[in-house]
Unconditional design. Structure first.
Length: 290
């Protein structure tokens, strides 16, 4: 893996880690469906505007590829966004981040059977350390009997992994802006259906922190992060990308501690240490010679 790609993985992890805190703040004023419609739909509009200004091609040549992109977006962005928001409504931002990011494990396992990507010794070590760290971090949540938040987080992880591996398999030949925009359209459509079935019933009250959280969620956590992510998926393997994203819970727990006052416990620190080592393995691995 090139140094630039390693740096991009770390940046995406940072953006997504803080994004859980931002979403938690936004959910104080917006319903989960409103949040996802605004962030996914707004992000799609921003990407289309960028594409038009830069004269980037948005049209997907093969209609079948467009359908495949929409399917990938419905799972990888739509399903992930909805289930992670449900997890945030049922547990803390730090714990939601931790449980959601079991997804690298699912990515590596799915990539083994769907993409025939080998599980190397280095990748096995990273998986084992990451799984151990996630178990230690998630244990206090499971011990309280709060299974609903954990189940929603697990559903988000699996949905994201399905979308990521499927996108890697279809390998659509299009610029990252185009592939990201179409997947965001699919995610917004999923959220619109949810909003229609479950409309707001409480009065709307917008706070400053909710507005800031919404802005971060839409621009940095969605537009910028997904642009970098889908660009990475065109250059590196799905398994390496998934394992690198194990850094997200580290940034998520740190951000929730600083911004929300959720102070990590001793098991949190042990688990985060294991995850940091697990994520560092694919990040520091030297690139293979051609």
């Amino acid at each position: 893996m090139k140094a630039a790609d390693r740096g991009a993985l770390v940046l995406v992890a940072l953006l997504w880690g803080v994004n859980f805190v931002a979403a938690k703040a936004a959910l104080a004023s917006f319903t989960l469906w409103e949040l996802r419609v605004i962030t996914f739909g707004g992000a799609a509009v921003v990407l289309v505007a960028i594409a038009l200004c830069t004269r980037t091609r948005l049209r997907i040549g093969d209609p079948r590829d467009l359908v495949r992109l929409l399917i990938a977006g419905a799972f990888g962005i739509g399903g992930f966004g909805v289930f992670s928001a449900l997890a945030l409504l049922n547990t803390t931002a730090g714990r939601a981040t931790i449980c959601v990011y079991t997804m690298p494990i699912w990515v590596v396992l799915l990539a083994r059977f769907v993409l025939r990507e080998p599980i190397t010794a280095r990748r096995s070590a990273s998986l084992a350390l990451g799984a151990a760290g996630l178990v230690i971090l998630a244990w206090p949540l499971l011990g309280t009997g709060d299974w609903l938040g954990a189940l929603y987080a697990l559903a988000a992880a699996v949905s994201w992994a399905i979308g990521t591996v499927y996108l890697k398999r279809i390998d659509v030949d299009a610029p990252p802006i185009a592939t990201t925009a179409w997947q965001l359209v699919a995610a917004a459509a999923v959220s619109l259906v949810g909003l229609a079935l479950d409309p707001r019933t409480a009065p709307f009250l917008l706070t400053g922190s909710a507005a800031a959280g919404l802005a971060y969620n839409a621009l940095l956590g969605t537009v910028i992060a997904y642009l970098i992510w889908f660009g990475l998926l065109q250059r590196i393997s799905a398994g390496a990308a998934g394992l690198g994203s194990l850094l997200v819970p580290l940034f998520g727990v740190l951000a929730s501690a600083v911004l929300l006052g959720e102070i990590p416990t001793a098991p949190d620190l042990v688990g985060l240490g294991l995850i940091l080592v697990a994520a560092a393995i694919p990040l520091i691995a030297p690139a293979k010679r051609s």
